[in-house]
Write a protein that binds this ligand. Structure first.
Ligand SMILES: [Zn+2]
Length: 313
């Protein structure tokens, strides 16, 4: 997807729009430029693939970019790496963003012309047969050979990642042990009279880390196992809280904590506390679920990888 502002900007510079990759790209004064639009970060990421045609320029690209950033409030960040210059530009209104692009293009192209830069493949620096490619959510300028290599590398990585499968029993053990930290926090917070979503998140986070530590890595199966375990541990936390409350009352009569824990179901039944136990449990699950859903979705998404290199132009 590309915003209507992105389309307007592309039209203003005669750039091509690739909506699938949220990329604008084209030429200005013979130099290749791309802009990746990120609407959630409110940012355009500009890439200028170029190198000096000979020697080292008196003003190094990183120093030039540093000066440019110091002068321009709309520039959020700059980087010179390999055979490319990168500039992050804040998304403002159309006219402000257009003006920022014009200022930046003029400055960068002026610098390129002054020091005899040429547009090139970002990987190897060749000026022959350079195309625009979308890979891993970024836009890159590559020659045919480097594009083929990038494709092969990505496929290799994807294949090796698929081979890495977590060890479920060990992962569960790790998740269980680590989640005890969350249980302890839960019991402490309950003593203060709260059930908190933050504690639920802590429990889930500990379980995820514990799974990764002993299970080797996190994958879809691990994320589901951690989610189920977290729900069980929330139940265990609450059960423990009730046991401690009972212990507070009956310890004077000589009962120990384990006897009180064993008596939780009976005490709940005799005192008609089933409703409040279930209510507390549902609240606990709701808080943990709400706090953790986003985290788990990220884990599951992150365990998949986009391994395609797509030529845009
Ligand atoms: Zn190349």
């Amino acid at each position: 997807m590309i915003s209507s502002m992105g389309k307007q900007l592309a039209a203003a510079f005669g750039f091509t729009v690739n909506p699938e990759s949220a990329v604008l790209f084209g030429n200005q004064a013979g130099y290749m430029i791309s802009a990746v639009e990120n609407t959630s970060q409110r940012m355009y990421y500009l890439t200028f693939p170029a190198r000096p045609s000979q020697g080292v320029p008196a003003l190094l690209p990183q120093n030039f970019l540093g000066q440019l950033k110091a002068q321009d409030k709309q520039i959020a960040g700059v980087m010179a790496e390999g055979y490319a210059l990168y500039i992050a530009v804040k998304m403002k209104g159309y006219s402000k963003t257009l003006a920022a692009f014009q200022r930046i293009f003029q400055a960068v192209i002026g610098y390129f012309q002054q020091y005899g830069f040429v547009s090139c493949c970002m990987e190897c620096g060749t000026t022959e047969a350079v195309g625009v490619y979308a890979l891993k959510g970024s836009c890159q300028f590559l020659c045919d050979e480097c594009a083929a290599n990038a494709q092969a590398r990505l496929q290799e990585m994807a294949a090796s990642q698929m081979k890495v499968i977590s060890n479920l029993p060990m992962g569960l053990l790790g998740a269980f042990l680590a989640s005890l930290i969350g249980v302890a926090a839960w019991v402490l917070v309950f003593q203060l009279g709260y059930i908190s979503g933050f504690v639920g998140l802590l429990l889930l986070f500990c379980a995820l880390k514990g799974y990764e530590k002993l299970g080797g890595c996190m994958d879809r199966k691990g994320a589901i196992a951690v989610a189920v375990l977290s729900l069980i541990m929330v139940f265990a936390s609450l059960y423990l809280c009730y046991g401690i409350e009972i212990f507070k009352v009956y310890q004077e009569d000589g009962f120990n904590i384990f006897q009180c824990l064993g008596a939780v179901p009976a005490v709940i039944e005799v005192n008609g506390l089933a409703g409040s136990f279930i209510r507390d449990l549902l609240i606990g699950w709701l808080f943990t679920g709400a706090a953790g859903a986003g985290m788990l979705i990220n884990v599951i998404r992150g365990s998949k990888m986009n391994s395609t290199v797509t030529r845009l132009g």
